[in-house]
Design a protein around this ligand. Structure first.
Ligand SMILES: [Zn+2]
Length: 101
């Protein structure tokens, strides 16, 4: 049984949950889509751009970090750049406060 795995950078057209921090990924945000086959099962998952970078750079060596902490600032600037901040606030109304703390 072959196993394969690829990832690509996408701009989401539907809301997805992040496989890394489990927070929602807003429509129109940059994300990394992973897909492949493992043990005969196809899978597809999405990560926030910031989470993907953290995952690839091994920032999680001390355990899964920072979803509610350091990265919030990064989400906030990514959402601002993508112009989807208002949409994000609908499900995460305290994002700006969270980033400031
Ligand atoms: Zn995430």
């Amino acid at each position: 049984m072959s196993t394969f795995y690829t990832f690509t950078n996408v701009t989401t057209r539907k809301p997805h949950g992040c496989a890394y921090c489990h927070r929602p990924i807003a429509v129109g945000a940059k994300a990394e889509m992973s897909s492949g086959r493992f043990d005969g099962q196809f899978f597809r998952s999405y990560l926030h751009d910031a989470c993907a970078r953290a995952a690839h750079h091994g920032d999680y060596e001390d355990g899964l970090p920072m979803a509610g902490e350091l990265l919030v600032e990064e989400y906030l600037s990514e959402y601002r750049e993508a112009g989807v901040l208002d949409q994000v606030k609908a499900f995460w109304p305290t994002i700006e406060e969270d980033a400031a703390n």
